[in-house]
Write a protein that binds this ligand. Structure first.
Ligand code: GTP
Ligand code: MG
Length: 596
């Protein structure tokens, strides 16, 4: 199957949005009913059910009634509704509230590039009509049709329709958006949805269905660079293969291609596509498929990385970027608070660095001196993540350029990345990337070394206040592990500072000092060692430096004595006395599975 046949039947994702009760669900239910998309007898059954329970029938009920059902090519899951017209397949997203709406617009699964905006003819333009219009334009929906619904409530009058269309059209223009169509409809009576209305002869434009069919198709994702956010790496019993799994967002990949993972920069040649229950036709995976692949030589990659393909444009890797976001949290987005950013499968701490402009999405009142972002505001701002992440500017690849921001358990906002910005950690990371891209694989795989040595390579950082017994504890740990048959090495930080780092002594470049020690550690760990490094008073920044050069899953950090408040939860505290400290460390390392 080549790219063309894979996309033979076109599909379009359409979000249905608008103010509460303006008739979104009714319009969708009616469209399904009138296009023959409903399972046989469904409409009758829902009507009968309503009658039995003395409830007036609502087309909106059809959506709930269909939720558990999969029949005749129509399925509903959460709020996604699949249906077909003669022209193409549709995924309609009935987005009830704000948060749902934002989540749907941003989560790769239901990115909509087209939208139906439902307006109540009688109630007119409301706060959320404006807000959603703004969000749609901001989130990149280029094809918008406005359905002026409930025309029965304004006696099917042309002047009422025209007035509303003019008012809302002017609003869209102010925000730089445009509706392709304004269509007078009635969800309740079915006018101008699937069939033209006899009650509004003055309207000669297309029905809602015809307007959907007239939307230009979504640009092909297969032609873009390959992107697959890594969901996880799985190993199956009795099988040496490690399968890198995820959902392909764009591009294509086949056996023999070289995959490059970002931000780590690790690479590997694809051995085979491992799709369940059977491999894809032609052995090639395309955008939209949940898939997996194995590599000729296993590499350690983590959930949250983005798989790309050598020879194509790589994603950006940075810890600072310019973004446009919308905020929904009750408390404003504040530069003094830590949040979590989710992009693709990555999760990383994030902070607001600065706000260029904040704008109320309904009133369009702008605040150029804002330092935080209030609820329902849209802002152009700079965000900083706790470590580097991989992404694409949204112009280049929307799927890897959208993010949500989580506060505690709640999605509080989301947005689009416009461009990567330079900062110290991205510059440092460039070195790690280059090292990984140029890395010469040893002929002996890490697995083979692990099997031979009976241990996983690890970096054990032992730190503590000046005057604490960290060095004694480190050497004692080394001796104990060695006696137990482990391949272990103690590296006092001074051994590096006055050797590999000798040229830095005069300048006192602390960051470069740590970077080099981390690189030395990286090489020793590649040889399969458990490496013990002692250094006094490592800071959180130092730990970030180690983590950016070395797989964080392979690092354990101990603080001998009681750690400062800022490091609590980030290091493992062990007793100040050497004997108990060593016992605690040995137990912890074994618990983490570094050795049996
Ligand atoms: P939320 O999901 O709660 O935001 O509402 P919604 O936008 O999905 O609205 P829904 O489809 O549930 O409709 C709200 C009410 O408007 C229901 O009672 C519908 O019967 C009614 N309604 C929808 N379309 C029409 C219409 O064309 N004419 C009239 N008279 N009522 C309508
Ligand atoms: Mg609804």
């Amino acid at each position: 199957m080549d790219a063309k046949t894979a996309a033979a039947r076109e599909s379009l994702r359409v979000v249905v949005t608008g103010h509460v009760d303006h008739g979104k669900s009714t319009v969708v239910g009616r469209l399904l009913a009138d296009t023959g998309a409903l399972p046989k007898g469904k409409l009758e059954r829902v009507r009968a059910y309503c009658e039995r329970h003395g409830k007036p029938f609502e087309y909106a009920f059809l959506l709930d009634a269909l939720k558990d059902e999969q029949a005749q090519g129509i399925t509903i899951e959460s709020s996604r509704i699949f249906f077909k017209s003669a022209r193409r397949d549709y995924v309609l997203v009935d987005a009830p509230g704000h948060v749902e709406f934002i989540k749907n617009m941003i989560s790769g699964a239901t990115q909509a590039s087209a939208a139906l905006l439902v307006l109540d003819a009688k109630e007119g333009v409301q706060e959320n009509s404006r807000r959603h219009g703004y969000l749609l334009s901001m989130l990149g929906a280029r094809r918008i049709a406005v359905l002026v619904n409930k025309m029965d409530l304004v006696d099917w009058r042309e002047d009422a329709f025209k007035r509303l269309a003019a008012e809302y059209g002017a609003f869209l223009e102010r925000i730089g958006a445009r509706a392709e169509r304004f269509i007078p409809v009635s969800g309740l009576h079915g006018d101008n949805l699937a069939a033209p209305s006899a009650r509004m002869p003055w309207y000669r434009g297309p029905t809602a269905l015809a307007a959907l069919d007239a939307f230009a198709p979504e640009p092909s994702l297969a032609a873009r660079p390959f992107r697959m956010p890594v969901q996880g790496v799985y190993q199956f019993d009795g099988d040496a293969r490690r399968v890198v799994a995820g959902t392909v967002e764009s591009g294509t990949l086949a056996a023999g291609d070289e995959a490059v993972f970002y931000p780590s920069g690790k690479t590997g040649v694809v051995r085979s596509i491992e799709e369940f229950p059977r491999p894809p036709k032609g052995g090639r995976v395309f955008a939209g498929s949940a898939t997996g692949f194995s590599l000729v030589q296993p590499v350690y990659v983590r959930r949250g990385e983005i798989a790309a393909r050598r020879g194509e444009k790589p994603p950006a890797v940075a810890a600072r970027f310019r973004a446009r976001l919308v905020w929904l949290g009750r408390a404003p987005l504040s530069p003094r608070k830590d949040y979590v950013l989710k992009l693709g499968t990555a999760r990383v701490g994030v902070r607001l660095e600065s706000v260029a402009r904040a704008l109320d999405a309904s009133s369009l009142k702008a605040d150029r001196r804002a330092t935080s972002v209030a609820r329902h505001e849209v802002a152009d701002c700079v965000l900083r993540t706790a470590g580097v992440i991989a992404f694409d500017p949204v112009e280049e690849n929307a799927a890897c350029g959208r993010f949500v921001i989580v506060d505690g358990f709640d999605v509080c906002g989301g947005g689009l990345i416009q461009e990567a910005l330079p900062d110290a950690s991205s510059l440092r990371h460039e070195k790690v990337l280059a090292r990984n891209l140029k890395w010469q694989e040893s002929a002996i795989s890490p697995e083979k070394r692990e099997a031979r040595y009976g241990q996983k390579a690890a970096l054990v950082l032992i730190t503590g206040a000046r005057g604490s017994r960290r060095k004694e504890a480190a050497k004692e740990l080394e001796a104990r592990l060695f006696a137990a048959g482990r391949h272990v090495y103690f590296l006092g930080i001074g051994s590096a500072l006055y050797g590999v780092n000798a040229d830095l002594r005069a300048a006192g470049d602390h960051v470069e000092d740590i970077r080099r020690v981390a690189e030395v550690a990286h090489i020793l760990m590649d040889s399969g060692l458990v490496l013990i490094v002692s250094a006094s008073e490592l800071t959180e920044e130092d730990l970030v430096l180690f983590r950016s050069a070395i797989d964080p899953d392979r690092i354990e950090t101990f603080w001998v004595g009681s750690p400062p408040a800022g490091l609590k939860g980030k290091v493992v505290a062990v007793p100040g006395k050497t004997g108990p400290a060593v016992a605690a460390m040995r137990k912890r390392l074994a618990d983490r599975g570094f050795y049996p």
